[in-house]
Design a protein around this ligand. Structure first.
Ligand SMILES: [Zn+2]
Length: 284
């Protein structure tokens, strides 16, 4: 970068009253515009190259989802975990690219990141990099129009994920943040709760993460689902699409249109049961 200032510092000077989230979104959108990208999927290696990142390498031995570091020859390199799905790798590459927007990134030896997967040393910075990554991989100028033409449900989510070459989770996250009504993406896996670690407690279907947008009660992470409810039936193989009352995993019952399905996840070469649910509120 020719300027002595980072992209974020320049954007702060230009828009003193905006939030950093809005600023990094703008920086990402301008980058997509500069690259002349007019249709998905975004070429993430081209984005990296535009940011003077010399290499993007998939490393099967990497423990974290991704890292950005300065190699001995002064060139920047991104490494992503080679065992992750292509969609997840693409989001991670965009996340690592976004670190270059921030002041001082070049003087730090390296960033090791697990985008969207729990606490990190600097959650604000990591969360902002996720925001920018969402804009890079699903640019608003393309994605908003595509969402407008997509019916709410998992079929629409799959089509968008395929079109943008994103993971179901990253695409779903972006979909609910773009959808004009209160909606949420809920991810469940079969596991023990953290307090049961190293016990013989039977693994159950539990809420891993919730990405609510608009007005929702609080979703309880790690909470198990009730036997026979919509999410449990999805685990059993049913493709669920119905209006129901969600309770238990939420701090108060809430009426919602629920689309839920089993999408096994490959972790360390082994399939793991995962239920993905896309929900939107309906009047009670
Ligand atoms: Zn990071």
């Amino acid at each position: 970068m020719a300027s002595l200032f980072s992209r974020l510092e320049l954007e702060r000077a230009r828009r003193p009253t905006a939030t950093d989230a809005d600023r990094v979104r703008t920086i990402a959108a301008e980058l997509i515009d500069e690259l002349g990208i007019t249709q998905p999927p975004v070429d993430v290696e081209m984005v990296a190259s535009m940011l003077d990142i010399a290499n993007v390498v998939a490393d099967p031995a990497l423990v974290e989802a991704g890292c950005l570091f300065c190699a001995g020859d002064g060139e920047f390199e991104i490494r992503v975990r080679g065992t992750d799905s292509l969609g997840r790798q693409r989001f991670t590459i965009c996340h690592e690219c976004s670190h270059t927007f921030f002041p001082g990134f070049a003087t730090k030896v390296q960033y090791r990141c697990s985008p969207s997967t729990g606490p990190s040393q600097n959650p604000d910075l990591e969360a902002l990099c996720d925001v920018a990554a969402g804009e890079l991989l699903f640019p608003s100028m393309l994605f908003v129009a595509d969402v407008r033409g997509t019916p709410f449900g998992l079929e629409g989510l799959e089509e968008l994920a395929d079109r943008y070459k994103g993971s179901l989770e990253a695409t779903g996250h972006r979909l609910v943040s773009t959808w004009p009504e209160p909606s949420a993406l809920l991810i469940f896996t079969v596991r023990q709760k953290p307090s049961e670690a190293r016990t013989t407690a039977t693994p159950r279907l539990r809420l891993d993460s919730a990405h609510p947008e608009g007005g929702w009660p609080f979703f309880r992470r790690h909470k198990s689902v009730a036997h026979g409810d919509v999410f449990d039936r999805a685990l059993e193989g049913e493709v669920v699409s119905e209006t129901t009352t969600i309770s238990g995993i939420a701090t108060e019952p809430v009426r919602a249109e629920v689309h839920a399905q089993l999408y096994p996840l490959i972790v360390g070469g082994r399939p793991r049961a995962r239920v993905v649910a896309l929900v939107r509120r309906v009047a009670s």
